[in-house]
Design a protein around this ligand. Structure first.
Ligand SMILES: *Cc1c(COP(=O)(O)O)cnc(C)c1O
Length: 487
């Protein structure tokens, strides 16, 4: 039998310590002599007193209560929860990168600046763009920077009547939020029956009051828009710009480039595509890339190379300004740099090919058990829905996802994109073996059968996790993250 796992307060014993300090080599003083009387608390804080091994076990146990990509499969659509190679962490832990102070003189930060400069170049090459700023701290932040660049461009031409941004109804929720934050009215475009932008609706909406179109391609259905050239022409012919949401670029690396598709500005998520942990695993980075004619508007500072030296350039009269303190999340850049350099161009292309192959393999394995709303070959992800299952058994997407936890895998994205009823959005990524994909497909198929044989078992899942079904809305609205010692 397994020994019950105690909480740290329950095993606390007065006087037990998780540290040992060397003997004092200065005269001992009491706390009353060191701190002003008014600042002293009346009673000592009730902190747990435990040994080092108890402390280590406590935190190690806590770290395993949650699902992470280093523990198991994590097919969370649109989030690209690929395995992050540990060499990236090694690079980010090198003291020259890790301990560098943001105010260190440029002369002493040449290595860090070189890394940023080269990363800008690699990302521009991957994007098919001319210039990059590494400053934004996340995808949504990159979107805001990009939309502000579009706004600055129209203003610089005194074209002030463009007050709208067009966004398809399949878009990530951050797209309309970023456009609205930049002061634009959002106009939603419908999706056609093939899962792409409804081109006729675009024709009708695109006029001289529209600043641009925000597009994700392949989109959140995992489908490449076959009409991208027509879309590009319609938007550009009428004076608009094209924004590419490249948060999840896992299908296109070294295969197709947004710049070649006609996009003018984009952002990447280094913490999705480029091998950096996210989702509680660390800070993000959402660089923006632009075509030449938008370069003057990039945020300050940019990293430039002149006369054999790298330096930060703040002297940019048309810039949209500074998006983030200092230079962005530098250590995320180091991880992305390590990722790109360790894979190389062929490795990146292979990663995208494998991501697309894995997604299509999974789709082919589950398609007979789940409805497929847009039935085409997919790119890096795909969307299915248990519509028949729901109708015949009452089991819903949320139930299936909760039941997957009992099988030891993280559920796919639920109820997104919004245009698919009961959506299950699945993104296996390139780093998973065929055995893992098969295990997951078998689990999805087993749950589809359970829904008919024992629907209550699915509806009451999970049964094996530390906590069962939670009131998620209640938890979000009445957030309580304070631990109190039980009376
Ligand atoms: C994740 C994501 C974003 C937002 O990125 P954050 O870093 O979470 O702000 C935007 N668009 C798409 C398509 C995404 O998947």
């Amino acid at each position: 039998m397994r020994r019950p796992e105690p909480l740290i307060f329950e095993i606390s014993k007065p006087g037990r310590k998780a540290y040992s300090l060397p003997a004092l080599d200065v005269p001992a003083k009491s706390i009353d002599e060191l701190l002003p009387q008014g600042e002293l608390r009346k009673q000592p804080a009730e902190l747990p007193e435990v040994s080092e091994v108890d402390l280590v076990r406590h935190f190690t146990r806590l770290s395993q209560l949650n699902h992470g990509v280093d523990i198991g499969f994590y097919p969370l659509g649109s989030c690209t929860m690929k395995y992050n190679p540990k060499i990236n962490e090694y690079a980010a832990n090198l003291p020259g990168f890790n301990r560098i102070h943001p105010y260190v003189p440029e002369d002493l930060a040449q290595g860090a600046l070189q890394l940023m400069y080269e990363l800008q170049y690699y990302l521009a090459e991957i994007a098919g763009m001319d210039h990059v700023s590494l400053q934004p701290a996340a995808g949504a932040h990159g979107e805001l920077a990009g939309i502000l660049i579009i706004r600055a461009y129209h203003r610089s031409r005194n074209d002030l009547k463009r007050t709208k941004i067009l966004i398809p109804d399949s878009a990530h929720g951050t797209n309309p939020a970023s456009a609205a934050l930049a002061g634009y009215t959002v106009v939603e475009l419908p999706t056609d029956e093939r899962g792409g932008v409804d081109v006729e609706a675009l024709e009708a909406a695109m006029d001289e009051t529209v600043a641009g179109l925000m597009l994700t391609n392949p989109n959140t259905l995992g489908l490449f828009d076959e009409n991208i050239q027509r879309i590009e022409k319609i938007v550009h012919d009428r004076g608009g710009l094209l924004y590419y949401d490249g948060a999840n670029a896992n299908a296109i690396l070294g295969i197709s480039r947004p710049g070649d598709m006609g996009f003018d500005v984009l952002h990447f998520n280094l913490h999705k595509t480029f091998g950096t942990p996210h989702g509680g695993g660390g800070p993000g980075s959402g660089p923006v890339a632009v075509k030449d004619f938008l370069e003057p508007f990039l945020p300050v500072p940019t990293v430039v190379y002149e006369d054999g030296k790298y330096r930060l350039n703040y002297d940019r009269p048309h810039t949209i300004g500074q998006m983030k303190s200092f230079y962005g999340n530098f250590l995320v850049m180091v991880k992305a740099y390590a990722y790109i350099r360790s894979l190389g161009p062929d490795g990146l292309r292979q990663a995208s090919r494998d991501a697309v192959l894995n997604a299509n393999y999974l789709l082919s394995r589950v398609r007979d058990y789940y409805d497929v709303p847009y039935d085409r070959y997919c790119k890096h992800e795909f969307v299915v829905a248990p519509l028949k299952i729901k109708k015949e058994t009452g089991v819903r997407t949320l139930d299936i996802s909760k039941r997957l936890l009992d099988y030891g895998v993280h559920p796919p994205t639920n109820y997104f994109p919004l245009i698919v009823d009961e959506a299950l959005m699945i993104e296996p990524t390139e780093t998973e073996s065929k055995e893992t994909l098969d295990y997951f497909a078998d689990a999805l198929i087993a749950i589809a059968k359970e829904a008919y044989e024992d629907p209550d078992k699915v509806k009451s899942a999970p049964h094996t996790t530390v906590v069962g079904r939670l009131d998620e809305a209640g938890a979000a609205r009445n957030l309580n993250i304070r631990w109190r010692k039980p009376e």
